[in-house]
Design a protein around this ligand. Structure first.
Ligand code: ATP
Length: 568
């Protein structure tokens, strides 16, 4: 397909801010896309050059892109820099420079979507000495083959700032409508996407085989599965109604969730809660898992915590020091870790997603040989609330977060916050309010002591039903002076000049600065109240919100409006 056709759609999307209109434009367009191009077009529309969990990055600095624009436009880098200073956007700079450029006498041919995709991937894999120049040259060849408006989008793609305002669930919904005729298959497609979070595979399967193909999608070792999440309860008395009379109760550890895959060739890959490949951060764990899990192939889950030399659990902040790119082996020695294994999703050629928890734990028990560094979660099975409470106290005594109560008959609900897992944390018991993971979508300029920095952040919950973000509080408390000072810098790359299309807001809350929904913060609040100004669940707000920490989560993994409504 000609890239310029995609550019026409992007121009339309850029002007649109309603979620339904976005879906309409996209589904109408997807219908016309040949099946062999649909995967590539789905990735590009999300600003990706492969699946979300693939770690390929384009790695082009703004300076190299400006150099590429100068070269393709036949003007000096200095002149390009002047235009950039005026426009403040690399895409608009590319468009203006290439607009002025006289057309060549010999036509260079049309840029197809496939050629663009291949070259973007080539830019991503080019490394070593002289690679920046090679990358820039590939970019120049792309600029030369595209229209000035096309160049605007190419420049944004290589910088990773393509902001169509389209979330992956909007693309998934639009694909469903395009290839099944309506929204009825939405649930089935979402289920498949939870097991296979690769929009390209979903798109191609839908286009070629429809819902029949979608329903056949299963676990594939090496491809992460969206992780199952836990519900909250107000009182343990509700347990029987929710998950029966007898429960498995495990420790809830405050570490890092990990999904470990071992393929037929023995290669082990570790994925984080965000589905990022974090294998290189934990070479020690890879070695332990190789030795201590007796299986040719597996997909298992664990919470990783830091321990001291005696094997005693260390706080979350200690583990965070292992999040690094350099001096990894030094930190392996300095901060040993322990994986508390709690689930198995695949074992020696068979998917266990739809088997009961009881059966899965049995397998886990069979294949894990325990040591200080790899062990099973602490666990009891009981039908007695007082025993559950004793175990809970014991877990708190060990300085764990609380317990996870699991339905013995429950299957693994990928990507779902279902009732098969229930979390019970110390905060609930002390009657403190729970924390919320919210998405930063805007900021207000500070006044008085905070002049020159942001005075408050505008935060939103996620509404998965329509793939939108709904405002729920202004957050100004809990940020230290240092944290406030570094906010503009931290948020700069997400700044956009108009309301992101997935944000739902009342006119009273319009912030001074808008951000693309990307950064997730954990917020503690005293209570949930009704508010005519906030859009969360049609008018809920958090009172006295307080910043706790940044969370390594995707915006779509934030607390949902429905959860806040249920807590209210
Ligand atoms: P929280 O902020 O409470 O950790 P969350 O949104 O990160 O919430 P939840 O679904 O609320 O995730 O809680 C599940 C998380 O708890 C898992 O993602 C996992 O990281 C962690 N966890 C700790 N111990 C266990 C366990 N035994 N079984 C399952 N998950 C566990």
């Amino acid at each position: 397909m000609d890239f310029e056709k995609l550019v026409e759609v992007y121009e339309e999307l850029e002007k649109t801010s309603s979620g339904n209109a976005l879906r309409e434009i996209l589904s109408g367009f997807f219908k016309k896309v040949p099946a062999e191009d649909i995967a590539v077009i789905s990735y590009l529309t999300l600003g990706q050059i492969s699946s979300d969990y693939d770690s390929s990055v384009l790695g082009l600095a703004e300076k190299s892109v400006l150099k590429g624009i100068a070269k393709a436009g036949g003007i000096s880098e200095k002149e390009v820099k002047l235009i950039m200073d005026k426009k403040g956007d690399v895409g608009l700079t590319a468009e203006q420079v290439l607009h002025k450029k006289p057309r060549t006498l010999v036509p260079v041919g049309k840029l197809t979507v496939n050629e663009l995709f291949e070259k973007l991937n080539k830019i991503a894999v080019t490394s070593g000495s002289g690679s920046q120049d090679q990358k820039t040259n590939i970019l120049v060849s792309l600029f030369q083959k595209s229209s000035p408006i096309g160049a605007k989008y190419i420049a944004r793609m290589v910088l990773g700032t393509l902001r169509m305002g389209v979330g992956d669930m909007t693309v998934i919904d639009s694909l469903t409508i395009a290839f099944t005729g309506d929204k009825k298959g939405k649930e089935e497609v979402e289920k498949a996407y939870n097991i296979c979070p690769d929009v390209g595979i979903i798109a191609e399967t839908l286009a070629k085989h429809g819902l029949k193909g979608i329903n056949k999608i299963d676990i594939h070792v090496g491809r992460p599965i969206k992780m199952m999440l836990a519900q909250r309860l107000k009182s343990l008395d509700e347990l029987p109604k929710k998950i029966g009379e007898k429960w498995a109760v495990e420790g809830k550890y405050d570490g890092e969730r990990l999904q470990a895959h071992k393929d037929k060739n023995g290669k082990i890959t570790l994925f984080s809660r965000k589905l990022d490949d974090i294998t290189s951060q934990f070479p020690d764990l890879v070695r332990y898992l190789e030795k201590q899990i007796k299986a040719k192939e597996f997909v298992v889950e664990a919470e990783v915590i830091a321990i001291d030399d005696q094997g005693k659990h260390q706080p979350f902040q200690v583990l965070m020091q292992r999040k690094r790119k350099h001096d990894i082996e030094e930190y392996v020695k300095k901060i040993p870790v322990q994986a508390k294994m709690f689930d198995v999703l695949y074992y020696n050629g068979k998917s266990y997603l739809h088997e009961s928890y009881e059966k899965r734990y049995e397998i886990l028990h069979k294949i894990v040989s325990k040591s200080k560094n790899v062990t099973l979660s602490d666990r009891i099975i009981t039908d007695d609330l007082s025993k559950l409470n004793d175990f809970f106290k014991q877990m708190l005594h060990e300085k764990y977060e609380g317990v996870m109560i699991k339905d013995l008959n429950g299957e693994y609900q990928a990507g779902t916050r279902g009732w098969n897992w229930i979390k019970w944390k110390k905060e609930y018991v002390k009657d403190l309010s729970d924390t919320f993971d919210l998405v930063v979508i805007g900021a207000f300029h500070g006044r008085g002591k905070r002049a020159g920095v942001y005075g408050a952040l505008l935060c939103a919950s996620y509404n998965p039903k329509n793939d939108q973000f709904e405002t729920v509080c202004k957050l100004g408390t809990g940020l230290t002076d240092e944290a406030l000072a570094e906010l503009p810098n931290r948020l700069e790359k997400y700044k956009v000049n108009k309301k992101p299309s997935r944000v739902v807001i009342s006119k009273e809350m319009i912030p001074d600065v808008w951000f693309e929904p990307k950064v997730v913060v954990e917020v503690l609040a005293a209570e949930i109240t009704k508010s005519p100004y906030h859009t969360c669940a049609n008018g809920l707000a958090l009172r006295f919100p307080r910043f706790i920490r940044y969370r390594e989560k995707k915006p779509e993994q934030a607390t949902t409006s429905k959860e806040i409504e249920e807590m209210a």
